[in-house]
Write a protein that binds this ligand. Structure first.
Ligand code: SF4
Ligand code: SF4
Ligand code: SF4
Length: 444
């Protein structure tokens, strides 16, 4: 149970067991509410389901991520492949071979027969350091199936005209890393020679826009990595002031564990600043939501995902759930590295190997880990108010290629703070306009 307030100071509780939000009298203090809740609420805990109930979609995969190359043309200070992350691979020049990529595509095509739209993402390193390989892989995949949508994660630092024409002609979505305005972006996202990269990337964005504004609007997504000192409001400003950046954004944080990058920074102080910035943004966003303008506001990209979960929460919630925040490895997606090994995703490193291009995907290898993880969630998370919304996954417990379950609990207070803020935004807007979040689309 979580007690929280709206902007107008009205009190509510969120009960994770029945997944409902209840207004409560402001005359009761938090201790009285907790006591009453314990007396009147049945002592039920939600149970997480794991692989012991079987993988419902055995034999199917929704998307494939291909690691084109381990090489990169930048040297971002917080990069997971830098010296700051001792357990991750390092920048090197390995590329996936065409034959290896073809084998992974063949396996994916067979496993995705149920999909109306198939999805292949190309990842790195920086994929554009080997555009010839991308041309071959895209052409091969297209020769195998017509219903594939491609996306590429890129820093957009190198883009000649033929590359721009290729992505436009093939309608390939570009997921481009931008951390903020020039000063913010150039603080950490630097070229091999150490120089800033923002201006060149912005010129490249303009090049794409000039060639096809329609393609740009429909296919450019920005990925921001938040690193101390956090500047969420500067990002908001960039979004408001420069039309090239008025696109979908995904906001992520520098990976905070197993790193010397964060250790070198006064993280506690910066996290407090980030919380304050979030509150300022939330206030502005609530006003926009009341005026039915939430979708156009930058806050949509910061808070929208969790608000969608809250808005579409199951009001007849069962007392069982799939383990919160976790994919079904290999089924939601699988990742092939440059050596042809399969993992759940691009962030897994060498953790949770699922097989390889020669032996195929073998989910049995992984069921043990998922089972262990589920047992632990049932022990610790099943009493937590955040159990239906928490986005931590197996990787929160990863150390190198082993599972250390206690690791994921070190950031729980931050996760609860995030849920409390989302609930606050939700009820604050709904008190004035019950349709504030009706624009959110369950399927988007
Ligand atoms: S562009 Fe990506 S892979 Fe390259 S150094 Fe930066 S964070 Fe690392
Ligand atoms: S980040 Fe976690 S939940 Fe998401 S695909 Fe990777 S392993 Fe699965
Ligand atoms: S916040 Fe912590 S205890 Fe709560 S569900 Fe998430 S990981 Fe589990």
């Amino acid at each position: 149970m979580l007690i929280f307030k709206s902007q107008s100071d009205n009190k509510y509780i969120y009960n994770q067991v029945d997944n409902n939000i209840y207004p409560i009298s402001n005359d009761l203090d938090d201790l009285e509410i907790t006591k009453l809740f314990k007396e009147h609420s049945p002592a039920v805990n939600v149970r997480f389901n794991g692989p012991e109930h079987g993988w419902e979609t055995q034999g199917k995969s929704e998307s494939l991520i291909i690691n084109i190359t381990d090489a990169c043309n930048l040297r971002c200070s917080y990069c997971a492949y830098s010296e700051h992350y001792p357990y991750e691979r390092k920048h090197n020049n390995a590329h996936i071979s065409v034959v290896t990529a073809q084998k992974a595509i063949d396996e994916y095509i067979v496993r995705s027969e149920h999909m109306e739209i198939r999805r292949i993402n190309l990842y790195g390193g920086e994929p554009t350091t080997n555009t010839n390989l991308i041309y071959q892989i895209v052409n091969y995949a297209k020769s195998k199936a017509k219903n594939i949508e491609f996306s590429i994660n890129t820093n957009a630092y190198s883009m000649n005209n033929s590359w721009v024409s290729f992505v436009i002609d093939n309608n390939i979505q570009l997921q481009i890393s931008i951390d903020g305005n020039q000063a913010r972006h150039d603080k950490y996202r630097v070229a091999i020679n150490g120089g800033g990269t923002f201006n060149r990337i912005k010129n490249n964005l303009q090049k794409i826009y000039d060639q096809s504004p329609i393609y740009y609007k429909e296919n450019i997504i920005f990925l921001a990595t938040m690193a101390p000192p956090y500047q969420l409001l500067e990002l908001h400003n960039l979004y408001n002031c420069e039309s090239l950046f008025q696109q979908p954004w995904s906001i992520n944080f520098v990976r905070p564990i197993d790193t010397t990058f964060i250790d070198s920074i006064e993280e506690r102080e910066h996290l407090d600043t980030y919380s304050k910035q979030q509150f300022i943004l939330a206030k502005d966003y609530i006003e926009a939501a009341i005026e039915n303008k939430a979708k156009e506001h930058f806050g949509h990209w910061v808070f929208g995902q969790q608000l969608k979960q809250i808005h579409f929460r199951d009001m007849d919630a069962d007392s069982t759930e799939w383990i919160n925040g976790c994919c079904t490895p290999g089924i939601d997606k699988f990742f092939v590295d440059s050596k042809g090994n399969y993992f759940p995703c691009e962030r897994s490193g060498s953790f949770m190997k699922l097989g390889d291009v020669d032996s195929g995907l073998n989910m049995d290898n992984i069921q043990n880990i998922v089972h262990q993880y589920t047992v632990d969630c049932n022990e610790h998370c099943s009493k937590c108010p955040n159990l239906r919304f928490c986005d931590t996954c197996y990787l929160g417990s990863k150390r190198d290629n082993t599972l250390e379950l206690e690791r994921k609990y070190q950031f729980c207070s931050k996760r609860l703070e995030k849920l409390k803020l989302s609930l606050h935004i939700y009820v604050s807007a709904l008190e004035y306009n019950s349709a504030s979040f009706d624009h959110l689309d369950f399927f988007e």
